[in-house]
Design a binder for this molecule. Structure first.
Ligand code: FAD
Length: 601
């Protein structure tokens, strides 16, 4: 009898890795098929993990026992806590990693987890779309599986652009998954096109770093992983430099050769992360733009130029780079380029990340319309867990937007999609004072444990953290300062963790990280509880179905723009309608009045 896997994962990027590992933790037999196994875990773009909101996703991945946090910790060269000017709820831990070491660490996790790895190109799903029997591969033929996770990243019908150069590929040096894209479109899946881009890599020895502003790593005990702190003894400095008028003028001179401006790229790119030529067009009066100069690895040959993403021709790129102070003699090792690729329209994906028209195919990562390693890994973990749970006939894992950024991301993607590659921002989370990076372990423990995705070792560690939090909380509740309970006293503005420890008899030797996190819970308690109440009332909206409405265009109680949007989006419930951009509270009231009238007639 042919071998049937519980879960087949297509793609060894950030999403595929977490998907394969999550399914394995559930006890599934997993095969990971990737076009080039030596590139498993590769960072296609910048060598950094985390950032505002993204850093919180990494911690959530760790709380769900994924590998991204541990690999980032083990390969950290430079650390910054972003957003320190704002409250701790929106601080964003970000590390610069050694890109090659990071990929090696991820490969090691996969190899040591008993996952079968096959180097091959998946050319199609196998069997009828409703219930596939596995996948077809170029060399290995049919591989059978109970479930399939597609995590093909930027490879589906991938096209690479640089000036007038155009070639097929998912990223430089890799194939374009053309056959798989063709199979998916022949099966009538709705796919659309996005684009993204990357800057040139520069030979480090050709840069005069004495001319650049030095950015040292923060001294910190921070790790993404909730495990015990293991300092990485390697460190690199990063640098900051600026473009000037000259850089802008060079870009302007070559604009007519930009694939984007010349209309050769149809896909939409991320507005929040524009190419340099985009910046020149959109902000013509800006005198300068920041460029972060980041080493690709420890003592690596190359620098990455964060902020100078471009798909202009090679000649323009070299001139632009050499216009930067310190880069007058710079040599480019790899030129920047743009990639255009297909992704699933949001209407194809459900809240478990299953493709709606199938019983057993899941989508994960960039293929869902997102951008970024962290977003991809978060989606991969949930898709893999759900594929694994389906293979074992268990109920699916659905993440709530009130408990995690991963939940916010999935809810946003499946309910309203995105008109540009979706990236996580803290402003997307209404419950962001609760969705902090410091408490991801405590927020997610119950779901993770219930859904069986924690290893024994992780469960032990997380239950230890929960117990520690309980002990601390009991102390805060039990002790008083000037007649006020410590739990209430610590909410006062300006009261720090150190102040609380000084005033308490029992907090001196407690775990510093857990202590700080519990105190933050107390400080934000009022806001968090108010948010939860608001959410509860929203839940009621979830119960109000809009399926009976045949045409929104006739509903006089809502404004004209809302009618058009609702007619197009056709939300299933009032809660979904509320989350559609452009729908205002008055429109929701109007809908309620309309539905009430319909019921009484
Ligand atoms: C040029 C470029 C620039 C980028 N710029 C940014 C940026 O500025 N900011 C940002 O946040 N993100 C950027 N990204 C995106 C970032 O790389 C992705 O968000 C992230 O890598 C997505 O992870 P993933 O696992 O979904 O896919 P990927 O990391 O793309 O991995 C896809 C995997 O699938 C495999 N695969 C694909 N098709 C097949 C097939 N048919 N058969 C077998 N294997 C297959 C590939 O070999 C690969 O292992 C950029 C990507 C590229 C290529």
């Amino acid at each position: 009898m042919m071998n049937t896997w519980d879960v087949i994962v297509v793609g060894g990027g950030h999403a595929g890795i977490e998907a394969a590992l999550a399914a394995t933790r559930l006890g599934c037999r997993v095969v990971l098929i990737s076009a080039k196994t030596s590139r498993i875990g590769e960072m296609s773009c910048n060598p950094a993990i985390g950032g505002i909101a993204k850093g919180t996703i990494v911690r959530e991945i760790d709380a769900l026992d994924g590998s991204m946090a541990r690999s980032a910790d083990a390969t950290t060269l430079h650390f910054r806590m972003l957003n320190r000017r704002k409250g701790p709820a929106v601080w964003g831990p970000r590390v610069q990693s050694d890109a090659a070491e990071y990929a090696r660490a991820q490969q090691l996790y996969i190899k040591s987890s008993g996952i079968e790895i096959i180097e091959d190109e998946v050319t199609a799903l196998d069997g009828v779309t409703d219930r596939v029997t596995g996948v077809k591969c170029r060399k290995s033929g049919s591989i059978r599986g109970k479930t399939v996770v597609l995590a093909a990243g930027t490879f589906l019908g991938g096209r690479l652009f640089r000036g007038e150069e155009l070639w097929k590929g998912g990223r430089i040096g890799d194939l374009s998954a053309e056959a798989l894209e063709k199979d998916l479109t022949e099966r009538m899946f709705h796919v659309e096109r996005f684009k993204t881009g990357t800057p040139a890599r520069i030979v480090r020895s050709t840069v005069n770093t004495a001319e650049l502003e030095v950015q040292r790593s923060e001294l910190t005990k921070f790790t993404f992983s909730f495990g015990k702190y293991k300092p990485n003894d390697k460190e690199e400095v990063c640098y900051l430099t600026y473009t000037d008028k000259n850089t802008m003028n060079i870009a302007k001179d070559f604009l007519h050769l930009s694939p984007l401006m010349a209309g050769r790229i149809d896909g939409t790119g991320p507005r929040y992360c524009p190419s340099f030529e985009d910046k020149v067009v959109k902000f013509p009066d800006r005198q300068r733009h920041k460029i972060y100069v980041e080493p690709m690895g420890y003592g690596s040959r190359d620098f990455y130029l964060n902020g100078l993403s471009t798909s202009l021709p090679r000649e323009a790129q070299l001139k632009m780079v050499r216009s930067l102070p310190g880069f007058e003699k710079a040599e480019i090792s790899d030129y920047g380029y743009a990639v255009e690729y297909s992704y699933f329209h949001f209407s194809e994906i459900d809240e478990t990340l299953r493709l709606r028209r199938t019983e057993n195919v899941f989508a994960a990562g960039q293929i869902c319309g997102t951008s970024g390693y962290e977003e991809a890994a978060g989606l991969g973990l949930i898709a893999g867990a759900n594929a694994g749970r389906l293979a074992k006939s268990l109920e699916p894992l659905i993440m709530s937007r009130m408990d995690s950024y991963i939940g916010v991301m999935i809810d946003d993607i499946v309910s309203k999609g995105a008109d540009e590659p979706y990236r996580m921002f803290s402003s997307r989370a209404e419950n962001r004072l609760y969705l902090r990076q410091d408490n991801a372990d405590r927020r997610l423990y119950r779901s993770a444990d219930r859904f069986g995705i924690l290893s024994e070792q992780k469960r032990e560690l997380l239950t230890g953290n929960l117990k520690e939090a309980d002990t601390i909380w009991n102390v805060l509740e039990g002790e008083t300062v000037d007649g006020t309970r410590l739990s209430k006293w610590c909410r006062r503005p300006g009261v720090s963790v150190e102040d609380v420890v000084t005033r308490s008899r029992n907090l001196v030797n407690r775990d510093e990280r857990v202590l700080a996190s519990v105190i933050l819970d107390e400080k934000y308690r009022g806001y968090i509880e108010r948010n939860l109440r608001r959410h509860e009332s929203r839940r009621d909206l979830e119960k109000i179905s809009l399926r009976r409405i045949s045409s929104y265009m006739e509903i006089d109680e809502i404004c004209w723009e809302a009618r058009e949007v609702l007619e197009r989006e056709r939300p299933e419930t009032l809660a979904r309608a509320e989350r559609i951009p452009g729908i205002r509270p008055t429109d929701l009231n109007g809908l309620l009045i309309y539905l009430g009238r319909q019921r009484s007639t």
